[in-house]
Design a binder for this molecule. Structure first.
Ligand code: 26Q
Length: 795
């Protein structure tokens, strides 16, 4: 390793020379990649040795998604090498930022849930806590999005290359996972045992990725499983070619749906591969008796997707370790804890019994018995039929995974205060009453090392110049910025950084997507997956409203705004795709209108992903967090934008509520109905969007413009949108909230009129954002759920 720029240059040049090649960018990338990996390897080995020598309790985070983003630059940041490497390369005539761009990000997640898992990994290692990830090594990550005639198209992606992958194959650690087969009772000397006869075996091969904590001290492991053909005996009744094909499919690609798609056998195979392989791995040669699993291992399941870990752990304990049911259940329910990420009923996982019965016959029997015993205990407590039905794991031939996850865990959490309260009071009311101490809140967080230090080094430097460097380790110290919120010279510096980040974004967009943006306009940013409840439709309808005002009121000439959109729709989510098409269509109308384009500009960034987010977020001035109240469990993009000084226009939903609480409502643009009102309307089914349209000429006109195809020149299926708003009774209350949304936007324009005041509000947002670092979240999980101790320092 090196400690100075000069040393780095020597090291680097030696390597390049070793390869007898010119300083091409690719070669530089390869060299830097290999050097970084060697530095990491050293500390990785040391961390692992420490875990072996002093086996403290370890946490394993089971998740079907880990949306880690690019790793090279982030590893350099966490190793504290970034600046030295950057300066050294500069002097060699190479740009580190250009080298970084050669890395394809592994898109092993859809959105919030997968990115949360990645932030958590970073915080665990950075807090020197023994916590690791288990996931799947999808060959294809989330699809690449392109627009063709304004429509989303999906191209498969491949992030795995011939060499220099982020992860390394551990072929000696492969395990075998059993699918199908028949459950047999075997009577032996030790009693009755159950085995699975004639299963179809699939080999799970692990690939390990180092998770580099801050200062490079602790390096934990993210272990990803890849499905491969097993060499074990194969049932004679089945076709081997078909088997090879089906096996390869298991980890071939990530499911691109983040709420709707369900009940697919392939998805079930993925979930079981993750759970079975990871648990076998953990219990391979434990340094402790299985009775002491809960003292040595904590398993957190990221939503219900890995909930099969519950019956699988039971299976291993009972069938492989010959434990009795009660003891196995006691161990399991003291080891596993569960995080819920949604209250949308369509996103609650359910599996047909017959599907699990045929693919995982032993697992099915165990789930059935868990359900039976639970119901028995409830009956003994004299529960009513209605309560019994709500609490049953199996109901009408389907398995409700959320109920299984709650019953089989010792702790259950929601991801923001509001969300946890809704879970406790409504969605999981009966479960909460049954297990009063199980439910708790852990408000999400984001790692400031990626979303501030890495994505916005200029702002980070300004912060450090202003309040010193302690905030890097203790992000809550960002609140020391409060004393500078009215300091003119600091505010000017802040404005200069924001301008620079806007210009960098413009440069990036112009280069990659040939988009030209006015840097003086207000950057209003709406980035997230496309979903009805996230209400991108309300944003674009509001833009239509502004268009009409500009066209028909010659006194209305608002300050220029650029509305950025970014996000993907699940390929089968028709409505979301129609909204994408609508935004693109209105974008070309607005952007090509000589009058309107002086005031409004729409930019739809193609293929929004972690890398794009790192460009967009530091440049944002307005953050759109406009979900229908009660629907967004937490949101995490909201926190990233706040930390970079964007002002939030948002509803009282998810973690927005806590953001407003921290920063004060006067430093945000809050609008719309509250969760209780929405839920009241839903209960009474009393909302009628027709009444709104009839009583409101402006909205009525917009609906007419859409329905007749006039506004969008017949280019979109406007009937469909209008239908959603009228026939389907506007399930996300777009028309109900749109006026209050428009008023909040007017307030934004007024505030922006006073640049110093705007900067002051921005700084107050940054200052109040420290609590949303995932370091805080992880410390709370550790204190309340996992009970981990810090890894001793290895420096
Ligand atoms: C389920 C069944 C079949 C196929 C796919 C799925 C599936 C996949 C992904 C269901 C849900 C997801 C992802 C959900 C998600 O990202 N939820 C978000 O989690 C964030 C982190 O807690 C929250 O901040 C967001 O509010 C929440 O929407």
């Amino acid at each position: 390793m090196f400690s100075s720029k000069e040393e780095f240059k020597k090291f680097f040049m030696n390597r390049i020379a070793d390869k007898r090649s010119q300083k091409s960018l690719e070669m530089a990338f390869e060299t830097l990649w290999e050097m970084t990996h060697e530095w990491i390897q050293e500390n990785w080995n040391r961390t692992n040795q420490l875990y072996e020598k002093e086996p403290e309790k370890q946490l394993y985070y089971f998740s079907i998604e880990f949306l880690i983003g690019r790793v090279l630059g982030q590893n350099l940041v966490n190793l504290n090498f970034y600046d030295v490497v950057k300066e050294g390369l500069d002097e060699l005539g190479l740009k580190l930022s250009e080298i970084e761009e050669l890395e394809d990000e592994p898109g092993l997640g859809n959105g919030g849930l997968g990115r949360l898992a990645a932030c958590f990994m970073d915080s665990l290692a950075s807090l020197a806590l023994p916590g690791h990830g288990y996931g799947l090594r999808y060959k294809g990550g989330l699809f690449t999005q392109h627009f063709v005639n304004g429509n989303q198209t999906e191209q498969p992606t491949k992030w795995i290359k011939e060499k220099n992958n982020a992860d390394a194959r551990q072929k000696d650690l492969a395990v075998e996972v059993a699918y199908y087969g028949d459950v047999q009772l075997v009577v032996g000397t030790a009693g009755v045992k159950r085995t699975i006869e004639n299963p179809v075996w699939v080999k799970a091969v692990p690939y390990d990725l180092p998770i580099v904590g801050a200062n490079g001290g602790t390096i934990n492991t993210l272990r990803l499983w890849q499905a491969e053909v097993s060499e074990r005996p194969f049932p004679s009744t089945k076709d081997h070619t078909v088997y090879e094909h089906e096996t390869a499919k298991i980890t071939d690609r990530l499911y691109p749906d983040d709420s709707l798609e369900s009940g697919k056998i392939l998805r079930l195979k993925q979930q079981y591969l993750l759970c079975s392989a990871s648990l076998q791995d953990l219990l391979r040669n434990p340094s402790f008796p299985v009775e002491e699993i809960p003292e040595n291992i904590a398993i957190q399941i990221n939503d219900t997707h890995p909930a099969l870990a519950i019956p699988e752990l039971m299976r291993i304990l009972i069938d492989d370790h010959s434990l009795g049911w009660e003891q196995a259940w006691d161990i399991t329910t003291r080891t596993i804890s569960y995080t819920n990420h949604t209250i949308l009923t369509e996103a609650m996982e359910k599996w047909d019994c017959h599907l699990i019965q045929s693919l995982l016959p032993r697992i099915y029997l165990i789930i059935e018995e868990i359900d039976l015993r639970f119901k028995e205990s409830l009956q003994n407590q004299g529960k009513t039929v209605d309560v019994l039905r709500k609490l049953s794991i199996i109901e009408e031939g389907v398995i409700k995974m959320a109920v299984l996850a709650v019953v089989g865990s010792y702790k259950v959490n929601g991801v923001a205060k509001l969300h946890t309260n809704i879970l406790k009071k409504r969605e999981m009311k009966e479960l909460n009453e049954q297990f009063p101490n199980k439910f708790h809140n852990k408000t999400n967080g984001i790692t400031h090392r990626r979303w501030l230090i890495k994505a916005n080094p200029e702002l980070s430097e300004l912060i450090t110049e202003t309040i010193g460097a302690r905030w890097v380790k203790e992000p809550e110290r960002l609140d020391e910025l409060h004393s500078f919120a009215q300091n003119p010279s600091f505010l000017q510096d802040f404005q200069a950084v924001k301008k620079l980040k806007k210009e960098q974004l413009i440069y990036h967009l112009q280069r990659d997507q040939n988009i030209v943006v006015d840097s003086a306009s207000i950057f209003d940013i709406h980035i997230k997956r496309f979903h009805g409840y996230k209400r991108q439709l309300m944003n674009i309808l509001h833009i239509q409203m502004l268009y009409n005002r500009i066209k028909h009121d010659s006194t209305y000439r608002p300050y220029p705004r650029t509305f950025f959109f970014g996000g993907k729709a699940a390929p089968t989510y028709h409505f979301a795709k129609q909204v994408i098409k609508m935004i693109n269509t209105i974008a070309s109308k607005v952007n090509n209108d000589p009058l309107v384009r002086e005031h409004l500009h729409i930019v739809f960034v193609e293929n929004y992903n972690v890398t794009q987010a790192e460009y967009l977020i530091p440049a944002a001035e307005v953050s759109e967090q406009i979900s229908t109240a009660s629907k967004e469990a937490s949101g995490t993009g909201n926190m990233k934008l706040m930390m970079n000084g964007a002002l939030t226009i948002g509803t009282f939903d998810g973690a927005n509520v806590e953001m407003f609480e921290q920063v004060g409502e006067e430093n945000a643009f809050v609008f719309g109905m509250r969760a209780e009102e929405i839920m009241q309307y839903e209960k009474e089914k009393s909302y009628n969007p027709k009444e709104i349209i009839e009583g409101d000429p402006e909205i009525a006109k917009m609906m007419r413009q859409l329905a007749t195809g006039k506004f969008t020149d017949g280019k979109i299926n406007a009937d469909f949108i209008v239908e959603q708003l009228l026939e389907d009774k506007d399930p996300y209350f777009v028309l109900k909230d749109i006026h209050s949304y428009a008023k909040a936007h007017e307030k934004i324009l007024k505030a922006y009129d006073n640049p110093m005041k705007w900067a002051e509000m921005s700084v107050k947002n940054m200052a109040a954002s420290g609590i949303f670092s995932s370091d805080r979240t992880i410390q709370q999980y550790s204190d309340d759920v996992w009970h981990l101790s810090k890894v001793p320092s290895i420096h």
